[in-house]
Structure formats: structure tokens, C-alpha cells
Design a protein around this ligand. Structure first.
Ligand SMILES: CC(=O)SCCNC(=O)CCNC(=O)[C@H](O)C(C)(C)COP(=O)(O)OP(=O)(O)OC[C@H]1O[C@@H](n2cnc3c(N)ncnc32)[C@H](O)[C@@H]1OP(=O)(O)O
Ligand SMILES: CC(C)C(=O)C(=O)O
Length: 524
């Protein structure tokens, strides 16, 4: 277990705690939803990476969120588990109810302090807000020894009022004070000055760890977090791949690698095992259906690719000419095992380990069957192919609706049609439909088998590797009553990949519908 010094009280001088909020703020990304099993997989990955605090959800938000926090709290042993709560007793009770089984728990409670939020959103006077800070933090402290308090919209809060609320929150028992840049408005110099101002002006600030929670609306979340660390912050709130509300949060992989790579000018340490960064990025991208842009720092497909002649020449002479960190340091391994149709289960398992995947026995079995089918059809099975089909096996596990088989009639003569069989809650159902092209016909057949209101908002196809036998990876976005989900599917047949993606989207929509069911209210 991480020592309390690292996760609860004041941080050691140069240690920066990593507070991951992929499961809470990350899940607030439009289109994102994770079911219980997926959240547990992500939490286990975060724990294995050495994350100090995992924010597992917002328990009052839904029964699904409550269950996820409770389950993560029960399983995770080497990271502290946090749950979010508004400044109300019922939120705090619900959070504690979910967290109390944890080896190390934290209640994270928040309340807006900016003039704009207080006046228009909360419709509360500053005095009432100040009192609510004291009441909520004191109440949370009665339940849990580790309480974090956040002044939402902190960067647009008047300094005197911010100092007063922070001082009172610490007096009431908060041991972490998190300053959120809720709307991604600040810039590094200004944020550095804000944190330095709090360090200088709040008399009891040394009783708490200062944390920062930066959003990326101006693309400055990582820069702002680093500026805050230089001013004295010792906890960074972040997410894998930078997912989160609107433009997202501070990306964990970027901020951690910046601290590691530029230790000369940023002499601060984290506990993160950076070799787990690439597998964690893949896992989150697979589960959420949010693909990572190719030029994304650290985890994008091009982050360590060198194509132009002068760069390749430099790389051959000395990799440091164009690489400031090694691919291995972020868990990107050069392939050693060549896979093909004669490969067996052991080699397949080793390959998955080499690629950083940890699958359950069922997922492994699913992926192996699909690998053999692919290897029969495709001459060379590349790592990218294996990543795509493992992604597919991970997202499909426990689905209500499953793809079974299909055939299409397509070509220039028309009408194009599809005959599709799906398994819905364990029962096979078949439908035939015509459409404007084979994909449209296939989607019509899905609608005939599973009637639904959701509209298709986005349809994207991407070839996993080069060549005409490449697998297709399809992403769809569905919208139903203002709620959006992404679905992903991969197959060597583009139409089958499309159906898999659409079915995956429908399964995610079901999870989202369950999540929006009214939460069970805690007793007053
Ligand atoms: C900056 C952030 O990321 S904060 C976290 C944001 N995340 C989410 O909102 C996701 C989950 N949210 C939800 O499921 C719902 O919003 C719930 C369950 C929390 C609340 O649902 P509802 O009761 O229907 O309220 P609704 O969302 O419409 O409005 C929010 C209410 O909380 C109040 N509120 C907002 N923040 C706080 C706070 N920190 N403390 C106390 N009250 C707050 C608002 O003023 C509003 O109150 P009102 O109903 O009296 O006007
Ligand atoms: C709850 C707080 C920390 C938050 O998510 C924000 O302000 O963005």
C-alpha cells in the first residue's frame, strides 16, 4: 500500500501525486460511456501504473456510477480511491456509502466560487457559499479522514474570496485543496501566479497539498499544470489520452513524460510506471471508442515515426537526434514475434503481453478465434491487426447484442441488400433489408432486428494497415435524446466492421440509458 504520506497528507517535497479522473471527468466526454466491467479494467490498469489517487466516479449521479465506485473501491489496494460529491449531505453520504469499503478512500467535494457561477448557476450569495464550504467539508471529515475540496471555476474567482474559502476549507479539515481551471481559461504565467499567491497568502496552506485540475479549452492544460507545480502544487489531476468534458483534461501521459524528460528544469517525481502508458492509452481508447489522433504527443501513432529522409538519416546515426525519449520508456515495444496462421495460443498470449494487453480468459479466447480467422485470410498479420482485433474482443465482452453473420448484395446494379443475423439477449434473430448501398442496407437490417430511435451522426472508416487485405476499423456515433455514444468495430470486411461498430454503439447506448435511470436517493 502506498504510504499515507504519499496520498493523504502533505506531499513529500518533490513528489507530485497523480490523481487520475479518467473514470469521472473523462467519462463526462460527450459520447463516452463505460460499463462496470470496463471501469474495473481501467481502474486495475491505473493501479498497476502507480496512480496515487483514482477518482472512480460521482456516486450520486446514477446507480451505475455508485456501483462502479463501490466495486473499484473494493478491488483497488495500491491506490487511494476517490468519489466526487457536491456540497450537500446527500451527495457526501452517497459518496461515502460507495467508498467506505476501500483500503484508502477520499471524498472529493466541490462548490463554485466565481462570481458568475455563484450568481447564475448556484444562485447563492458569497456568504452562503462560504458557509456551505465549511459545512460540507466538516461533514465529509466526520465520515472520511481524507477530504479534498475544490472551488469550481477557481481561476475566475476573486482572489480575496478564494483565499478565504481555501483557508476555511483547510480549517474544516480538507487536506487537499484542488484549484480547478474548470473552463480552461487561464494561461501558464497567470496560473503560476495564482498558485504562488495562495501559497503566500493563505496562513494554513502548509496543512494541505495543493492540487490542480486543468481543462484544455485553449490547449494549455498540460502547460498550466506544469506551471502550477513550479509554484508549489504537488498533485495533478489528469486523464488518460486527455479525455474529459469539452476539449478534455490535462493528459496524464504528457504531463508525466514532461516531468520525466525535462527533470533538469522540472525536478519533480511521480510514481508512474511510464512503460504502462501505451497499453493504458490503448485500453482507454478501445473502451471509450475515442481514437487517439495520429499526431498526439506520446501516444499518437506518429509520435515515434520518422518518415523524412534527413530525419531517418539522423535516427540511423543516433536516435537522440530526433527522439527526446525512447519508445520503450512509454511501453511501445518493437515487435519480436512474427504472427501468422501457424501461431498457437502461447505465442498469441506472449504477443499480447508484448503489446501490453492483459485479457481475461474469455476475452483471450474470443481474440484467439478471431486471430485464426484473420490469419487464414491475410498473408501478414501485423501488430496493428492484432491490436484492432483485441480492441474488438475487449469492447464486445458482455454485450446484450452480438454480431453473428451476414451476407450482402452490392455493386452498381442495385438494389443493394443485406441479410443479417444478430444474437439479442442470447436469441438469434435474422432480418433482410435493402438500402442505399450495402452499409445502409446492413444498418437497416439492424434497425429491423433491434428497433431504436438513435440516429447515426458519424460514420468513419480507417484501414488498420496498408494493402487491399487490410482490416477496416469503423467508428460510428449514435445520438438518442441528446445523449451520444461512439461505437467501434474491426474486421477484414468493411461492411462487417460497420455492423460491429453500429452494434457496439447500440450496446453502449443501453449502458447510457441504464446510467440515466433515476439514482437511488440516500436517506436524508
Ligand atoms: C465541473 C464538473 O465537472 S462538476 C461534475 C459534473 N458532472 C456531472 O454533472 C455528471 C453527473 N451529473 C448528474 O448526473 C446530475 O447533474 C446530478 C445527479 C448530479 C444532479 O441532477 P439534478 O438533481 O437533476 O440537477 P441538475 O443537474 O439539473 O442541476 C444541478 C443542481 O446542482 C446544483 N449544484 C451544482 N454544483 C453544486 C455543488 N457543488 N454543490 C451543491 N449544489 C450544486 C445546481 O445549482 C443545481 O441545483 P438546482 O437544481 O437547485 O438548480
Ligand atoms: C469538480 C471539479 C474539480 C471539476 O471537475 C472542474 O472544475 O472541472
Amino acid at each position: 500500500m502506498t504510504s499515507d504520506k504519499q496520498t493523504a497528507g502533505v506531499a513529500a517535497e518533490n513528489h507530485v501525486k497523480i490523481f487520475d479522473t479518467t473514470l469521472r471527468d473523462g467519462e463526462q466526454s460527450p459520447g463516452c460511456s463505460m460499463n462496470l466491467e470496463e471501469k474495473i479494467q481501467v481502474a486495475e490498469m491505473l493501479e498497476a501504473m502507480g496512480v496515487d489517487i483514482i477518482e472512480a466516479g460521482f456516486p450520486i449521479a446514477s446507480n451505475g456510477d455508485f456501483e462502479a465506485v463501490r466495486e473499484v473501491a473494493a478491488r483497488v489496494k495500491n491506490s487511494r480511491v476517490a468519489g466526487l460529491a457536491r456540497a450537500t449531505q446527500k451527495d457526501i453520504d452517497r459518496a461515502w456509502e460507495a467508498l467506505k469499503g476501500a483500503e484508502a478512500a477520499r471524498i472529493h467535494t466541490f462548490l463554485s466560487t466565481s462570481p458568475l457561477h455563484m450568481k447564475f448557476k448556484l444562485q447563492m450569495e458569497p456568504e452562503a457559499v462560504h458557509q456551505a464550504v465549511i459545512d460540507s467539508v466538516s461533514y465529509a471529515r466526520k465520515l472520511c479522514e481524507d477530504v479534498e475540496w475544490s472551488p469550481e471555476d477557481g481561476t475566475r474567482t476573486e482572489h480575496d474570496f478564494l483565499c478565504r474559502c481555501v483557508e476555511s476549507a483547510i480549517k474544516a479539515g480538507a487536506r487537499t485543496i484542488n484549484i480547478p481551471d474548470t473552463v480552461g481559461y487561464t494561461v501558464p504565467e497567470e496560473f503560476h501566479a495564482l498558485i504562488a499567491m495562495l501559497m503566500n497568502r493563505v496562513p494554513n496552506i502548509d496543512q494541505a497539498t495543493i492540487s490542480v485540475h486543468c481543462h484544455n479549452d485553449l490547449g494549455l492544460a498540460v502547460a498550466n499544470s506544469l506551471a502550477a507545480v513550479r509554484a508549489g502544487a504537488r498533485q495533478i489531476e489528469c486523464t488518460i489520452n486527455g479525455i474529459g468534458e469539452r476539449a478534455g483534461n490535462c493528459a496524464m501521459e504528457e504531463v508525466v513524460m514532461a516531468l520525466r524528460t525535462r527533470h533538469d528544469v522540472l525536478p519533480y517525481d511521480t510514481r508512474i510506471d511510464t512503460r504502462k502508458i501505451t497499453p493504458a492509452s490503448r485500453l482507454v481508447s478501445t473502451i471509450t471508442g475515442f481514437s487517439v489522433q495520429p499526431n498526439k504527443a506520446i501516444v499518437g501513432a506518429n509520435a515515434f515515426a520518422h518518415e523524412s529522409g534527413i530525419h531517418q538519416d539522423g535516427m540511423l546515426k543516433n536516435a537522440q537526434t530526433y527522439e527526446i525519449m525512447t519508445p520503450e520508456s512509454v511501453g511501445l515495444t518493437r515487435s519480436t514475434l512474427v504472427m501468422g496462421k501457424h501461431s498457437g495460443r502461447h505465442a498469441f498470449k506472449s504477443k499480447l503481453e508484448e503489446l501490453g494487453f492483459r485479457l481475461s480468459d474469455n476475452q483471450l479466447q474470443d481474440a484467439f478465434v478471431r486471430f485464426k480467422e484473420l490469419a487464414d485470410r491475410k498473408k501478414d498479420v501485423f501488430d496493428e491487426d492484432i491490436v484492432a482485433l483485441v480492441d474488438d474482443a475487449v469492447v464486445r465482452h458482455n454485450d446484450h447484442i452480438r454480431f453473428v453473420e451476414m451476407s450482402v448484395v452490392c455493386g452498381s446494379k442495385g438494389p443493394q441488400s443485406a441479410e443479417l443475423t444478430l444474437e439479442v439477449e442470447g436469441q438469434r434473430k435474422t432480418a433482410r433489408a435493402e438500402g442505399n448501398g450495402p452499409v445502409d442496407a446492413a444498418f437497416e437490417a439492424i434497425r429491423a432486428i433491434v428497433p431504436h430511435e438513435a440516429k447515426l451522426m458519424l460514420y468513419q472508416v480507417h484501414a488498420v494497415t496498408g494493402g487491399t487485405d487490410a482490416q477496416a476499423e469503423v467508428t460510428v456515433r449514435l445520438e438518442e435524446q441528446g445523449k451520444t455514444v461512439n461505437g467501434q468495430g474491426a474486421d477484414h470486411d468493411t461492411i462487417v466492421a460497420s455492423v460491429r461498430a453500429y452494434v457496439n454503439g447500440l450496446n453502449r447506448m443501453m449502458v447510457k440509458r441504464e446510467k440515466t435511470a433515476p439514482p437511488v436517493q440516500a436517506a436524508e
